[in-house]
Structure formats: C-alpha cells, structure tokens
Design a protein around this ligand. Structure first.
Ligand code: AHR
Length: 508
C-alpha cells in the first residue's frame, strides 16, 4: 500500500491563477481556416451571421474561447490592413505567398475579424506587420481600431460603418522575425520592436498589451535579448515598458520538417515519440521562464506560447500549402499534456494559442469542403473538458512513488501527467495516461478541504488512431468516468490506457 503511486494535492493552497487566455486560439489566412472555415460569405447556403459561419461560432462559444489571434502567422508580415477595409468588391487583391501561393481577395478584413470576435465573445489579438510593413502602417491600424474621437483613422473607421472604437487588448509586433517574418537576428528585431512599440499608442482610456515576437523552441538567447530591453529599459511611450508579453513557438511532430509523420496512420513507436516531443514543452517553458525570472523576478512580463500543437503531413489529395490534417486521440493527449505545463507555469504564462482553430494543423473544428459538414475533433473535447481551469487557482501536484515510464528514443518518458486547479468551491484534476497499452492506478491524496462529490469524464477510444469524421462524428467524445473510488486518503483512480480523464471535485 505504502509504495502505491500517490499524487498529493493541497486543495486549500492555490497558487497563481491560470489565465483563461492559455486556452486561446489562432486563425490565419491559411488554407481553409478563414475562407471556408470561419467565413462563408453572406450568400452561402450554410447558416451564417453577416458571412460568419454560425455553427463554428456556437461550437467555439461552448468552449468559452477567450481570445483569437489574427491574421497570422507568416501571413501577418505580408498583410497590409488597409487592403481589407471598405466595400468588399473594391478591395485590392494580394498573393498569399506563404500558403499555397493563392490569390487573397481581402474579403475578410479588420471589420469582419472584429465582428467575429464580438460574435464569439473572444478578445482580439491582432498581429501587426513588421517584416514588410511600416511603423506608420502599424500605428495607424491601432488608431483605426481603438481611437474614439474624430482623428483621421477613427473618421475612416466611421466612414466604413463602425462608429464605436473596438477594444484590442493584445497587439503582436510581427511574427517569427527569425524566419518568415524577416529573417532577422535577435538584436535587429529587438531594436525594431522597440521602435514599433513606441508608436503603438494607448488612445484615450484604451490600453493595449504589446507582444514581442519571440523565440523558436529553445532559442533562449532570443528571449534574453527581448527581456534585457523590456525589463530593464524605461519607455516614454508606455509606463509599463516596451512589451508586456514575449512569445515563443513550438510544434510537435513525430518526424522532421521534411516528413513530419502522418496524422492518422502511425505506429505505437510514433505514438510514444509524439508524446515525448510533446512533453518537451515543459523543458522549453521552464527554460524561457528561467531567463525571464532573471530579468523580471516579479513576473510582470508574460510568456505567450502563441503557436503550439501538432504539425503532420497534409492529408492526401489536399493542397500541401493548406496544412489540412486530421486529428486523433493522439492529438488530444498532446493538448491535455501541454495544458498541464501551462497550468504549472501559471505564474509566468499569460497566454497560449493553439495552431489553428479551423481546418489547419491541430484544429478544433474540421469542415467538409463539399458538404459543409462540421466535425468537432478530439482536441476540441480537451478544450471543452478543461473550461473549469479557466481563471482557476493552480494547485501543486506532488508525487510519492515513481511515475510509470517507458524508454523512448533512448531516455525515459513519464507516461502519466497530472495537473489541478480550484475555483468556485470546486477543484478540477486532469489526468493524462500516455501509455498506449497499460492503465495506471494512483491514489489522489486530497488535503485541506473536504470533498463532498466527484464527477468524472474520460476521453478515450478503442484505438490510438480513432478520429471523428462526418460519418462518425463521435468516435472520440467524452463519456462518464467510473474509475474513481473512495480511498482513505481521498480517491483511488484507475486511468485507462491512452486516455484523458478529468475529475471535478465539489469542496465543502
Ligand atoms: O501555423 C502555421 C505557421 O507556422 C505560421 O504561419 C508560422 O508563424 C509558423 O511557422
């Protein structure tokens, strides 16, 4: 009994608040994310509000989508916002060179995006153009969006049909400047970002948080270059300093960039390799947080993981530039274990945005290009099961006994991941069993508060490759979980192989 794996949770000792914004999303002008995903146009037979697909909005409202990043991604540094305002039939066209080399007609622009955010009840995260834009262009976009009087840009907005300024709490200064956003050095980008930040103004009573475009995976030197500036140098432009957040990007794949692995047909070895690569997010967040701690010990500046998720080879027969991929139970566990890390680092992580919301990479929603049918992915269900973590106090989970492990790629992978939080007289415990074949039994040693009720849900399937399609939309969907039994210390839980379990505890 004494050597039984035990997770100790002090229910009365919540730590930092898990920002709901770590459950954020990302919509790029890429493949069928905007066009055919969110946007079907006003004349579409698919039910829509002012051109925005209603069932997509309903599905995302059901998971309390907190924010939406737009218009990219790599696209952001090619995008000129003035092309996307005014009468739609008069908007200039452009080439979307990053994504399929297709012609973009700009029918989805600033007003359509802000309308989408209002329908979703999500806060906009607008990503500006540093790579091919100008300081003036970015400054005027912020004025257009957020200024209330009769300035040149607010008057232009009114002429285009929107009287009231919008609220834009988050604004990104370029994207991946080390790559598609301009191939810059950290030092060059840091100087540019300071310059751009100076002209992103807080108009009237409106305050915008500026997000500096951050590192690729483990490029800690990039984070350090930005932190030196944001934490140490005063900025006449904003009493809070140049940037309020610094971002990073990390994608999970079982192969390499040339051959990333298939979304639905993979071996058990590839399953484990994926889990191992996904768990690397913990090491990366720890590494960036350590650098940030050295310059900003009070955690005033947030780490924003504004692109994360699985990146597989595109589905056969689809445009390679459109990044359309299916989504299995494996993707669900990649998501659930990323969230464990985001919960653990709640003090530092201010936002995260999975890439991407509809029809691209690790999507929540897939839509059929012919029938228009909408499918919710296994990843969607993880977001839905985790809404109780939004703005909840993070709870430490400490283990007694050894976590189950597998040797993967020459080193140990712990196959169980657990995180927990508390709010409103409840606690939510998340348990991911990454073992493909073996259930894991553990005791939850629940201290500090009395637990009066337990409600469990589980996301699993008969095979690792299970996924949802228009014909089988619920092949992977949450069901009631009966594997938690009372125990002298709290609960004994048997977490099935390849499953994600949540336990909602009612606290006295
Ligand atoms: O999400 C797809 C692309 O991945 C984004 O446009 C870019 O920022 C990243 O490389």
């Amino acid at each position: 009994m004494s050597d039984q794996l035990t997770a100790v949770i002090d229910l009365d000792l919540p730590g930092a608040t898990i920002s709901r914004h770590v459950y954020g999303h990302f919509a790029e002008h890429l493949g069928r994310c905007i066009y055919g995903g969110f946007w079907v146009g006003e004349d579409s037979p698919i039910p829509n509000v002012r051109g925005i697909r209603s069932d997509v909005v309903d599905a995302l409202r059901a998971i309390s989508i907190p924010n939406l990043r737009w218009p990219g991604g790599c696209f952001a540094d090619d995008y000129h916002w003035r092309d996307g305002i005014g009468p739609r039939d008069q908007r200039p066209r452009m080439v979307n060179s990053h994504w399929g080399d297709v012609v973009e007609d700009n029918s989805f622009g600033t007003h359509e995006f802000m309308d989408l955010c209002e329908l979703l009840g999500a806060e906009p995260y607008v990503n500006g153009n540093v790579g091919s834009g100008t300081v003036r262009e970015m400054s005027e976009w912020v004025e257009y969006l957020t200024r209330g009087d009769d300035s040149p840009m607010s008057s232009l907005r009114r002429a285009n049909g929107r009287d009231e300024p919008w609220k834009v709490p988050f604004f990104g200064i370029g994207n991946e400047p080390w790559g598609c956003g301009g191939n810059m050095s950290a030092e060059h980008y840091t100087d540019l970002a300071r310059q751009y930040a100076t002209y992103i103004r807080n108009h009237g009573g409106h305050t915008v948080d500026k997000i500096a475009a951050g590192a690729n995976a483990d490029d800690y030197a990039w984070t350090e270059a930005l932190m030196k500036v944001s934490a140490k140098l005063g900025c006449g432009c904003d009493p809070r300093g140049f940037f309020q957040h610094v971002s990073m990007h990390y994608y999970t794949m079982s192969g390499d960039w040339a051959d990333k692995g298939a979304a639905t047909s993979f071996t058990t070895d590839e399953w484990y390799l994926t889990m191992k690569r996904a768990r690397r997010i913990e090491e990366l967040v720890r590494g960036h947080a350590n650098v940030m701690d050295a310059y900003d010990p009070d955690a005033r500046i947030g780490l924003v993981v504004d692109e994360w998720g699985t990146w597989w080879n595109v589905e056969e027969g689809t445009n390679p530039g459109f990044l359309y991929q299916q989504n299995t139970l494996r993707d669900a566990l990649v998501a659930s274990t990323h969230f464990d890390t985001f919960h653990r680092y709640a003090r530092r992580i201010s936002m995260a945005n999975i890439a991407q919301t509809v029809n691209v990479l690790q999507a929540m929603i897939l839509t059929d290009p012919d029938s228009g049918a909408l499918v919710l992915t296994p990843t969607y269900h993880v977001f839905e099961m985790n809404t109780g973590h939004h703005d909840a106090g993070s709870l430490d989970v400490r283990f007694k006994g050894d976590l189950p492990t597998r040797t993967v790629d020459g080193s140990a992978l712990a196959t169980l991941s657990v995180s927990a939080s508390t709010k409103d007289g409840t606690a939510l415990v998340s348990l991911s069993n990454m073992d493909a074949e073996t259930p894991t039994t553990l005791v939850l040693d629940l201290r500090g508060r009395e637990v009066t009720d337990v409600a469990g849900r589980v996301l699993t399937a008969g095979t690792l490759h299970a996924h949802n399609t228009p014909d089988q939309p619920d092949a992977v969907a949450p069901t009631a979980f009966e594997g938690a039994r009372p125990h002298a210390r709290g609960l004994e839980v048997e977490v099935p192989a390849h499953s994600y379990v949540t336990l909602t505890l009612t606290l006295a």
